[in-house]
Design a protein around this ligand. Structure first.
Ligand code: NAD
Length: 264
């Protein structure tokens, strides 16, 4: 169907709080959700990036606001949820997307770095769920999306803490789906492969020979290229929309075939 004949209403009037939406996958998802009729709350540490996301959304004629939040900080997550309710009166979609990457062997990692990574990548989901679920229960339902990774299912060199955090996200998702199914709250995660964002380049550039790692990474993607943030956003849109009303507790892998097996 031609683009101008499609009705962009898959998330009409839904309220979506998206963390890590100042950049990359979160920004692309915020833009797509808004284009599909949602009002989006862009939550991030990076205020300038969050403002830019909001600007891009409003320039396209859609609706969003920014809120400063470090997702590892209980008070700031609580405040971001409160701001969402204050602005829009409800919250239909919580997308726990913010995360950080640290390329280090565990022996070189400080306890502070380990705790920080786990707080940003994992505790953040606990905090988001804790503060959003009471609203979703009151409303009669909702949808929670977590950003996992192919590294939820596969190890990666020099990334043990990150991989451990993402492995936990996949099983946390399943358990939350069980806890909240009877409240009409669906909980799913998205497992992206290598997506061209600042985080991906940071990960590649952390290796002693980034060009070699990039070549190797590309060679491991059966479709022969890295993914674009917009392609991950489409998976998030599906899971957040009514088309996925029967889907909970799943991980939707969007990886260009990365997990399918070894390329020869
Ligand atoms: P990105 O660096 O482009 O965006 C991450 C965003 O999270 C940034 O805006 C950053 O400011 C924000 N953020 C970081 N720490 C935060 C904190 N404590 N509080 C609030 N915001 C914080 O990265 P991306 O690739 O778009 O990553 C998005 C998600 O996708 C992450 O969960 C990441 O682990 C996951 N992921 C990415 C890839 C990839 O190849 N890019 C692959 C698999 C999974």
């Amino acid at each position: 169907m031609p683009e101008n004949m499609r009705d962009h209403t898959k998330l009409q009037n839904r309220i979506a709080l998206i963390t890590g939406a100042a950049s990359g996958i979160g920004r692309a998802t915020a833009e797509l959700f808004a284009a599909e009729g949602a009002r989006v709350v862009v939550a991030d540490l990076d205020d300038a990036g969050a403002s830019e996301t909001v600007q891009r959304i409003t320039q396209a004629g859609n609706k969003a606001i920014a809120v400063h939040a470090d997702v590892s900080n209980a008070a700031q997550v609580e405040a971001a949820v409160a701001r969402t309710i204050e602005a829009y009166g409800r919250i239909d979609i919580l997308h726990n997307n913010a995360a950080m990457f640290l390329a280090k062997f565990l022996e070189d990692m400080s306890e502070t770095e380990w705790d920080r990574l786990m707080a940003v990548n994992l505790k953040s989901i606990f905090l988001g769920v804790k503060h959003v679920v009471p609203h979703m229960k009151r409303q009669g339902g909702g949808c929670i999306l977590n950003t996992a990774s192919v590294e939820s299912f596969l190890g990666q060199p020099m990334s043990a803490a990150y991989v451990a955090s993402k492995g936990a996200v996949a099983l946390l998702t399943k358990s939350l789906a069980l806890d909240y199914a009877r409240f009409n709250i669906r909980v799913n995660c998205i497992a992206p492969g290598a997506v061209e964002t600042p985080m991906m380049w940071k990960a590649i550039n952390a290796f002693p020979d980034p060009a070699a790692v990039e070549k190797l990474e590309r060679a491991h993607v059966p479709i022969g290229r890295f993914l674009r943030p917009e392609e991950i956003a489409q998976a998030a849109l599906y899971l957040a929309s009514d088309a996925a009303a029967g889907v909970t507790g799943t991980a939707l892998v969007v990886d260009g075939g990365y997990l399918a097996g070894y390329m020869v």
